[in-house]
Ligand binder design. Structure first.
Ligand SMILES: Cc1cc2nc3c(=O)[nH]c(=O)nc-3n(C[C@H](O)[C@H](O)[C@H](O)COP(=O)(O)OP(=O)(O)OC[C@H]3O[C@@H](n4cnc5c(N)ncnc54)[C@H](O)[C@@H]3O)c2cc1C
Length: 325
């Protein structure tokens, strides 16, 4: 009982980075316990094409659950299948704390009758316990909890566990869903995609985020220019900005927005209100630009620039372009 199950999240038939991150986190636990990582991939016909990528990122076995009832997220059927599979002899199951994962993970824990650790940013294994850290009280504290329940249910914060490629290919097996996925009481009939050309905030290694200090919506062009110079960056925003309609609500980061943990987070004209920090304080490196040297954002920043964001952003963009040339 040292194998760990990972939920290989997909959307629109495509494997999400969140799924690979769940495998990466499951690998940490399985390696410490001397077990294997088994990923479960749900979808319609043809979804098995993603098994190779899961194997290449650390899944020893990929179970493919194909059914027309998995066209959209189907939390009831997915959680029932995952819980039944875990009962078959696993030490735990790992999911991403994404919108989909948040819908599925508590259902799995409830079906198994165990507690869960949610939005986990790091974990270690000692004896029979899995010790997890995660932000609590809207990010005011980092809590450390040890799960001793067996099996363990863990959801990991997007960006906290980096997918790692290995040379191995995982074995692929088919798995029958528990019950009839088409008969779920919860039916997602449509998924409306946002701007699909944009990098997803939960998956981008770099986020350039803007606040009210940018003065007006048009100045977000400076934020977009810096993101474009990086090439692998997404644009985020504070709630002050999304409430004012400068940016879509899907860009909002924080307590009531997206939770992110990129490698680099650049906060441009953002004060650092606790509700904003709740969504980004676990970023690996934080750079803040603010004209007020006492702005709270500087308390959590690794690098701070005191000055006018409207003049600093074009300079940074040119510097990044030069470094990338
Ligand atoms: C229940 C609840 C939930 C919330 N959820 C969220 C959430 O999810 N996400 C979120 O972001 N907020 C959230 N908020 C709002 C939050 O409290 C703040 O109001 C918001 O984050 C502030 O956004 P801001 O930093 O853009 O604006 P401000 O707080 O107005 O800060 C603007 C900053 O820009 C600086 N500045 C001004 N001009 C310049 C310049 N020229 N150059 C450089 N710096 C400049 C200022 O010094 C200031 O620090 C929530 C609030 C509540 C009550």
């Amino acid at each position: 009982m040292s194998n760990i199950l990972a939920f290989a999240e997909t959307r629109g038939g495509e494997l999400r980075r969140a799924g690979l991150e769940a495998v990466a986190a499951a690998r940490v636990i399985a390696d410490a316990k001397g077990g294997q990582v088994h990923a479960v991939l749900f979808g319609t016909a043809g979804i098995s094409k993603h098994a190779a990528a899961l194997g290449a990122h650390g899944a020893d076995v990929v179970f493919v659950v194909e059914h027309a009832g998995f066209t959209h997220n189907n939390p009831e059927a997915v959680s029932a299948t995952l819980a039944d599979k875990v009962k078959g002899g696993y030490a735990g199951v790992v999911l991403a704390a994404s919108a989909t994962g948040k819908d599925v993970a508590p259902r799995v824990a409830a079906k198994l009758g165990v507690p869960m650790a949610s939005d986990v940013t790091s974990l270690t294994v000692s004896g029979n316990g899995i010790t997890c850290t995660h932000p609590g009280y809207t990010g005011k504290v980092i809590q450390t909890v040890t799960l001793t329940a067996n099996p363990a249910v863990v959801s990991v914060r997007p960006g906290a566990f980096l997918p790692k490629e290995n040379a191995k290919a995982g074995a692929v097996e088919t798995l029958a869903p528990s019950g009839d996925p088409s008969a779920s009481r919860v039916k997602v009939t449509e998924t409306a995609a946002g701007n699909t050309a944009k990098l997803d905030l939960g998956e981008a290694p770099v986020i350039i985020s803007g606040g009210r200090g940018l003065k007006e919506a048009a100045n977000f062009k400076l934020v977009e220019d810096l993101a474009a110079a990086f090439g692998n960056a997404a644009v985020g925003a504070t709630r002050a900005v999304t409430d004012d309609g400068w940016r879509p609500h899907s860009d909002q980061i924080g307590q009531t927005g997206r939770l992110v943990s990129p490698d680099l987070y650049v906060a441009c004209g953002i004060s650092g209100a606790i509700q904003h920090l709740a969504g980004m304080r676990t970023s690996k490196t934080i750079v803040a630009i603010n004209k007020d040297k006492d702005a709270p954002i500087f308390k959590i920043a690794d690098y701070g620039i005191v000055g006018d964001v409207l003049t600093i952003l074009p300079v940074l963009t040119e510097a990044v372009k030069k470094a990338k040339a």
